[in-house]
Design a protein around this ligand. Structure first.
Ligand SMILES: Nc1ncnc2c1ncn2[C@@H]1O[C@H](COP(=O)(O)OP(=O)(O)OP(=O)(O)O)[C@@H](O)[C@H]1O
Length: 235
């Protein structure tokens, strides 16, 4: 099976005055094509820093990242994916235009994407603040998959949405995975969501991966105390 991400021994330390914080502490991760790997851990455990290292938004101090294909990110706040002064349509079209696609072709490809993410085409003339969170997240997903990435990192992508919209977005992500073989790194603090989305999970605590393996196995037989606490707090 093709590996889309092979990250080895990643380290990121933040310096604040004289103190140092190791946000990501010798982390290794592998994701295969078509796989959804869950990444769980409490707030501040280093999940977003790790995601940003993989997408080169944060520079690593140490380690190697091998990416087989393109990677895109979907953020917690869907509005963050778009410029507030431009329409959603312009935001999606920009991806194609940046890759040298003509305006007419970009429009045609955007319309295809809209039907994939089940978003009405009239939404493209609206600004991010003029649509609901769920509609904006669908547009953000359209933008993320526009250039056919092999890996999409969803960083708490459904956390800001209410539960019914959350379920719709999860269904959409699963549909995309099934139809186009996209792989996901699915970051969440919600174990039930991870269970619905992923077959494998990595548990992060204080910058370290404390265990990883099949979701059902880890939930049934957690090995670390921290994972046990996480499971108990989810019940
Ligand atoms: N740019 C930065 N400068 C200094 N410290 C940072 C920076 N970014 C993150 N940190 C710190 O690194 C640690 C890990 O943060 P990170 O955002 O990666 O955690 P997280 O698990 O994604 O948390 P959350 O679930 O709340 O988003 C935290 O203690 C955070 O305060």
């Amino acid at each position: 099976m093709k590996t889309v991400l092979d990250a080895k021994d990643l380290v990121k330390t933040y310096h604040k005055g004289k103190s140092m914080l190791c946000a990501v502490d010798h982390v290794s991760l592998t994701i295969h094509q078509g796989e959804c790997l869950g990444l769980v851990g409490e707030s501040g455990s280093g999940k977003s820093t790790l995601a940003r290292m993989i997408t080169s938004l944060v520079e690593s101090d140490q380690g190697t990242i091998l990416l087989n294909g393109k990677v895109h990110m979907v953020f917690q706040n869907p509005q963050d994916s778009f410029d507030p002064r431009r329409t959603l349509g312009d935001g999606i079209m920009e991806v194609f235009r940046n890759h040298g696609v003509s305006k007419a072709d970009a429009k045609q490809q955007m319309n295809k994407l809209l039907s994939i993410v089940e978003l009405q085409s009239e939404m493209t003339s609206r600004y991010p603040h003029q649509v609901s969170g769920g509609q904006c997240q669908r547009a953000a997903i359209a933008r993320a998959i526009a250039m056919h990435p092999d890996l999409v990192i969803c960083d708490e992508a459904t956390s800001a949405l209410d539960v019914t919209v959350q379920a719709q977005i999860i269904r959409l992500l699963k549909k995309l995975q099934k139809e186009s073989g996209i792989s996901y790194l699915f970051i969440s603090h919600d174990l039930a969501l991870v269970q619905a989305m992923c077959s494998r999970v990595a548990v992060m605590h204080k910058g370290k991966i404390v265990e990883q393996g099949s979701v059902s196995k880890i939930i049934k037989h957690p090995r670390s105390d921290y994972t046990r606490t996480l499971i108990n707090s989810a019940i």
